[in-house]
Design a protein around this ligand. Structure first.
Ligand SMILES: Nc1nc2c(ncn2[C@@H]2O[C@H](COP(=O)(O)OP(=O)(O)OP(=O)(O)O)[C@@H](O)[C@H]2O)c(=O)[nH]1
Ligand SMILES: [Mg+2]
Length: 253
């Protein structure tokens, strides 16, 4: 018997869109998602906002809510930062599956329907995306970040004995029961790594599909470069944590 609650059927997806300073990027993301992912597959578009979300972004969020009252849900995050936004979204998600992505167009919304298709075929797995496998790429990523990223990925794939090639990239679909059962700790960007490695340690199967990453055209990242080194602390801590401690007390069998 597995340690974690398994999922055997895809029913619908909650798509999480955290927003700080995106306007046309958020709108375009939503338009593409609604164009490509069948409506009957979408439980909700869960837009996560906070006190730092700009007034210009909030007016796009309000417009989207007015245009799609049954699909768009707006969540005011209680926990801080990106990890906090995604963790609050996991708590609120109602679909059988949940996609995490950005609203700055860096996580290519044209690929979201492929995540859903793969998830239907492998409902118990995490389908995650990679910029490093054939068909994936980076556009507008600085050379120094590219080298660091490659070194991070090699380090984590050896540490976790996995063939996954892009574990720091927060663009994936998960079974919702799984993410609700895990004891999450990160509040900032290393949550992108934590959300891959805790499931891996629990033995959850994961598949990669290629992703084309393009640098954002508006706003700026909430992740200063030096903070990327904090991923190592997360990676090492989770690698050696007892498996049971990765699950919430009420979820551990
Ligand atoms: N609601 C909410 N959204 C956030 C927060 N931090 C970041 N976001 C959004 O989450 C998405 C990803 O954040 P970015 O800051 O672009 O980070 P990134 O692209 O993963 O990081 P780098 O590649 O290191 O620049 C963007 O759409 C942000 O607006 C937060 O604290 N709250
Ligand atoms: Mg970004």
């Amino acid at each position: 018997m597995s340690l974690y609650p398994d999922t055997t059927r895809f029913e619908s997806v909650t798509i999480v869109l955290p927003v700080i300073n995106e306007t046309f990027s958020l709108r375009q993301s939503v338009d593409i998602l609604l164009r490509d992912v069948p409506r009957t597959d979408i439980r909700e578009l869960l837009i996560v906002v906070c006190a730092r979300t700009t007034p210009a972004s909030m007016s796009v969020v309000d417009e989207l809510k007015r245009e799609h009252p049954d699909l768009v849900m707006v969540l005011n995050q209680k926990r801080p930062f990106l990890g906090g936004a995604l963790r609050d979204a996991f708590d609120a998600a109602r679909g059988s599956h949940v996609i995490i992505m950005s609203s700055d167009l860096e996580t290519n919304p044209n690929e979201a329907h492929l995540l859903v298709e793969q998830s239907k075929a492998h409902p118990g797995s995490i389908i995650t995306t990679s910029r490093w496998i054939r068909g994936g790429s980076f556009t507008g990523y600085s050379r120094i970040k590219l080298v660091c990223n490659w070194l991070f990925q090699r380090f984590f794939s050896v540490l976790y004995l996995t063939r996954l090639t892009d574990m720091t990239y927060g663009y994936r679909i998960f079974p919702t029961r799984l993410v609700k059962a895990i004891e999450w700790e990160e509040l900032r960007h290393p949550f992108n790594l934590e959300s891959m490695i805790k499931p891996l340690r629990l033995g959850v199967p994961a598949l990669e599909i290629p992703s084309v990453w393009t640098a954002r055209q508006e706003g700026e990242s909430q992740n200063p470069f030096f903070r990327n080194f904090e991923y190592f602390r997360t990676g090492l801590k989770v690698r050696f944590a007892p498996r049971r401690s990765l699950l919430r007390r009420d979820a551990a069998g």
